[in-house]
Design a binder for this molecule. Structure first.
Ligand SMILES: [Zn+2]
Ligand SMILES: [Zn+2]
Length: 68
């Protein structure tokens, strides 16, 4: 006797997408003015970019200097 059970479809967890509106410095949605890295076109908050420049931090994606 064959009792074939159809397996339930795999429940995929809602994938967290990093969109254009995501700032990698504070790890949240960009608020206010946007700073775009000229090298890799990654968007950051302008506030975070200015803070990063003061702290000598580099673009998280391409390690270029932040130049607001
Ligand atoms: Zn960059
Ligand atoms: Zn930010």
């Amino acid at each position: 006797m064959s009792d074939k059970k159809t397996p339930p479809p795999p429940a995929l967890p809602p994938s967290f997408k990093i969109g254009d509106n995501f700032c990698l410095f504070h790890k949240g949605n960009i608020q206010g003015d946007i700073y775009t890295c000229p090298a890799c076109k990654t968007n950051y908050c302008l506030i975070c970019a200015k803070k990063a420049k003061l702290e000598g931090k580099l673009c998280i994606k391409c390690k270029q200097l932040i130049l607001p």
